[in-house]
Design a protein around this ligand. Sequence first.
Ligand SMILES: Nc1ncnc2c1ncn2[C@@H]1O[C@H](COP(=O)(O)OP(=O)(O)OP(=O)(O)O)[C@@H](O)[C@H]1O
Length: 516
Amino acid sequence: MRTKQEQAMKTFALQLDRVSKVFGDFRALNNIDLRVVAGSIHAILGENGAGKTTLMNILYGLYQPDGGSITLNGQPAVIPSPSAAMEMGIGMIHQHFMLVDTLTVVENVVLGLPGQGLQLSLAEHAARLTELSQTYGFDIDPHVEIWKLPIGMRQRVEILKVLYRQANIIILDEPTSVLAPNEVASFLEGLKRLRDAGKTVIFITHKLDEVAEVADRITVMRLGQVTAETEVASITTRDMARMMVGRDVVLTAFEKPDTPPGPLRVVARNLSAIDNRGIQALKDVSFEIRSGEILGVAGVDGNGQAELAEVLTGMRAPSAGSLAVDGEDITALSVYDRRHRIGLSYVPEDRHHTGLVLDFSVMKNAMLRDFRVAPFSKNGVLDMRRAREVTDAWVKQFDVRLRSVDQAVRFLSGGNQQKLIFAREVECRPRVMVVMQPCKGLDVGAIEVLQRAILSERQRGTAILYISTELEHILNVCDRVAVMCAGRITGILRPQDATDARVGALMGGISEAESA
Ligand SMILES: Nc1ncnc2c1ncn2[C@@H]1O[C@H](COP(=O)(O)OP(=O)(O)OP(=O)(O)O)[C@@H](O)[C@H]1O
């Protein structure tokens, strides 16, 4: 006969009691209590650096707690490793993909499968995978190599990998941050199907609308502690934002100062480019950006936006077309000259590969743009005292949560890494800025800070290309919105004309004459 307490615990797929985690002298998690009801969708909310990923890494056996206990399906549990977590029915999808680029989808899914998984042929696995993919509304060819897939599709492969291992508790760390709006809707439907099938979903996200749509309960974390736990049905997204950051947050479009447009700064004419697969990814793209203007680029991920950013920054040579800044043809100019002579700065989508050197300190990463010039050097000699002052100031201004500027950037939370890149690229006072998915992984408070900084750059006269799959973020700040589909710009709209129907049609490839 079970006690009442045992009966109650049975309904929780997961229970954490007073779980703590310390890194050196820093307490990342402080006595966390968490109850996750079996067969529910439970969202974890919190500011950048609140400890959400650390907590999930403990559940997945990547970190060991320094205190507290874990109860899994009513039984005390110790989770020594990710493979042990998988055996206990816990699957995790990380913010950064863990796929082997040169292998196919099915090879990636099969990789590391325990025991009986190896008894099936690859073709049999592929057939099962196709079926699973269809069940959850994904559209994945199991035989395609990972490097050929756009980021959104790679994310789906990660999700399939966990589903294929039949995890009962599925932890998702910002799973929709790279998906296009139409993909998000079907993904969220997939989550509901998982819940309906009795699985337990733990879901970290900064997207409050998603929480409102699918989650049953939320736990809010701040500075390593749980500050609230509640039913989602009883609160609004505005309440959620306030619970997370402790103040009211602007979630809608900003008031833009009504400054007249400056002179033409960026002129792109008939740009075309070939992608890594040898396919034409950019087709005859033309646009202009004035000084003090923000041109948004909307579109489903993988429609040439990455190649456009690379062509503008000099990382990819165009196969045709030209690019000029302030009347100077820069089509053949090196990345270095674009950055230093032209004053072009870049916030890349992939912060780990292009934006940061993960094992360098925060201060060295801040200096990366050009350590040979002021404020980091004086008369050709590094000025470390000044570098420290400047980095400290940026950290303060952009609220980068860290222990010390000497800390390796690898150990900053994802959102705080992003804030650091943004600070470095905006504080050099560029003439042209290319920002790609700048709000990816940022909490609502940080998004507000970053978008205000973009608007003050506009005010200063910078020409800004703002590429994002988040139409709402684009509309919050941009003066005009270009929509891309299959490598082309299918239309350029004023924000007030960018209705869902018009943007949706343009994203689907139905061109219209430029209306702005
Ligand atoms: N291995 C580590 N060593 C040192 N500090 C760490 C380590 N991992 C995380 N931290 C620190 O713990 C804190 C919590 O980080 P965590 O990644 O859990 O935050 P988060 O809530 O997931 O943030 P985000 O929303 O930005 O992803 C941060 O201050 C981070 O710098």
